[in-house]
Ligand binder design. Structure first.
Ligand code: ATP
Ligand code: MG
Length: 258
């Protein structure tokens, strides 16, 4: 008889308890959790643009990259640097990026290389501490939605624990419709609200871009009533202000309004 190669994974027995982040008045926190169809598809660019837009609304905005892998010569992760620069609150790199690992690889592996185990509760407490100081919190996920952060804990668990509405960045390329809808299914399976999606142009030469966008609009609306929050072209200088020009202000108000 053939033995299974791996032990079967037990069903998750207890869902991570959601934390409703509170502002100083005790109201639910304005904010969002930004995820993407993949790594390197524009999550940081869109998160920074969202922070810029929130600052323009007169809100004290704070970016958070709970787990980051890969640092520059000064020991700072580039996403952390970008989100810190785009936040209106004056934050330290450690406040925006509480866990920055040196190796630019999958976060669980990067953490293990430093003998570190990522603790969910520590990240949630850190998010609440930032929420206490800000009007709006923009949290950038790690890679795609289901990237493991530990043996029994992944990015989706973190999003679920923070219980913020989710913004999905769709990197426009062949195959993105399937990746987008699979990610949306995973978001719904965690009981989270897909507040909307942003189309980010990875390859301006992609064929049938408008057909892909029509399908994405239709499917996101039909399945999730999730609006398109913006269509960002390939920009020569994708600064937060430049990217924010392509976000839909009216749709964003409904993401952030309580
Ligand atoms: N619309 C755009 N126009 C031009 N360049 C872009 C655009 N969107 C993203 N980029 C560039 O593409 C690269 C990847 O984008 P970004 O860092 O935002 O991706 P990410 O999804 O956050 O990646 P990671 O998974 O590493 O966090 C960056 O160099 C960024 O400046
Ligand atoms: Mg990023």
């Amino acid at each position: 008889m053939t033995e299974p190669l791996t032990e079967s994974i037990p069903a998750r027995e207890v869902a991570t308890e959601p934390v409703f982040l509170r502002d100083r008045q005790g109201h639910s926190m304005r904010g969002c959790f930004v995820t993407g169809t993949d790594t390197e598809i524009g999550k940081t660019s869109i998160s920074a643009a969202l922070l810029h837009w929130c600052t323009q609304q007169g809100w004290r905005s704070a970016g958070l990259k709970p787990v980051a892998a890969g640092v520059d010569g000064r020991g700072v992760n580039e996403d952390v640097r970008a989100l810190r620069d785009a936040s209106s609150l004056l934050l330290s790199h450690a406040e925006v990026g509480p866990l920055q690992f040196r190796a630019a690889c999958a976060p669980q592996i990067a953490a293990a290389l430093e003998g570190h185990t990522i603790d969910s509760q520590t990240l949630v407490d850190h998010a609440q501490a930032l929420a206490d100081r800000a009007d709006v919190l923009v949290v950038e996920g790690v890679g795609g939605f289901c990237v493991p952060l530990g043996p029994d804990f992944d990015t989706a668990d973190l999003a679920q624990a923070l219980h913020l509405p989710v913004v999905l960045v769709v990197g426009l390329r062949l195959g993105c419709i399937n990746h987008a809808l699979l990610t949306a299914e995973a978001i719904r399976a965690r009981g989270l609200t897909l507040a909307g999606w942003v189309a980010n142009t990875l390859d301006p030469g992609m064929e049938h871009i408008s057909g892909n966008l029509d399908t994405l609009r239709h499917e996101f609306m039909r399945r999730y009533q999730a609006p398109c929050l913006g269509l960002v072209p390939r920009l020569a200088e994708p600064s937060p202000a430049a990217v924010a020009m392509y976000l839909d202000a009216e749709a964003l108000r409904s993401v952030f309004a309580l």
